[in-house]
Ligand binder design. Sequence first.
Ligand SMILES: Nc1ncnc2c1ncn2[C@@H]1O[C@H](COP(=O)(O)OP(=O)(O)OP(=O)(O)O)[C@@H](O)[C@H]1O
Length: 272
Amino acid sequence: MSGIRRLYEQADLSEVVALDSIDLSIEPGTFVSVIGPSGCGKSTLLRLISGQERPSAGRVTVCGLSPREAAEAKAFGFVPQTPALLPWLSVLGNVTLPHRVNRRGVSSRRVKGRGDRSSGGDRVRPDLEAMLREVGLGESLHKLPAELSGGMKQRTAIVRAFGLRPDVLLLDEPFGALDEFTREALQEQLLELWEQTRATVVFVTHSISEAVRLSDKVVVMAPRPGRITEVIDIDLPRPRHQEVITSPEFHAYELALRESLRDAFSHSGVVR
Ligand SMILES: Nc1ncnc2c1ncn2[C@@H]1O[C@H](COP(=O)(O)OP(=O)(O)OP(=O)(O)O)[C@@H](O)[C@H]1O
């Protein structure tokens, strides 16, 4: 995306500059986190990438396509903060629903000639069941969402998103409501699924350690106007297991990110 600006009109007709001068290029297959104070435009950025909204100025391309075209080619998967599961369907039913509704199921990769990862209809069920088992939901395949904990619901939503084999997976603070240990377990499982699929991931978080643990790059944003203040490369080896968080290199990245965020927060009026 280049030269992105996004204005919103407020109820009193004044304008908010949600994003300004955003230039960001994301390598296919990388894991990128976006972090910054509330209101700096993280969710707006995701909506512009996915084509849910259009920029007021500038250009977004996804794998050479406009976001709309990429959406039509089923390039995107999305995991929101609160998992939107259908309450009358089981875990398995929720995960397989997109395949049953749209038997094409995926396939921007096919569109672009990067291999046929056919996943229409029933043929994907063993695959999806295996993914659910991998994230610890093997005993819960036939449970309804109301019978699940928050972490189990979020696992279901993540498998549903990965199951469609999107080229680009957008996650908007998916672990925000979870306790620290559940969060760490889900980070591990998210990384395992990502290693298998190698989707391009854009992950919004408020957690410094989560951003370092998961990412190849961390995009730091500041508000008023929403903008990118720094992009930090995280050059830690993969696969990254839980133990990585005790390494001196990990702490060094945490400190660097904390410093960068302190500057960003100083623009938000929260921290001086
Ligand atoms: N539909 C909208 N109409 C008007 N203003 C909006 C709209 N969506 C976002 N904004 C404004 O744009 C700015 C960026 O909002 P956004 O939700 O993208 O921030 P964020 O970084 O995701 O915040 P948070 O961390 O709290 O979720 C904020 O000032 C917000 O009030």
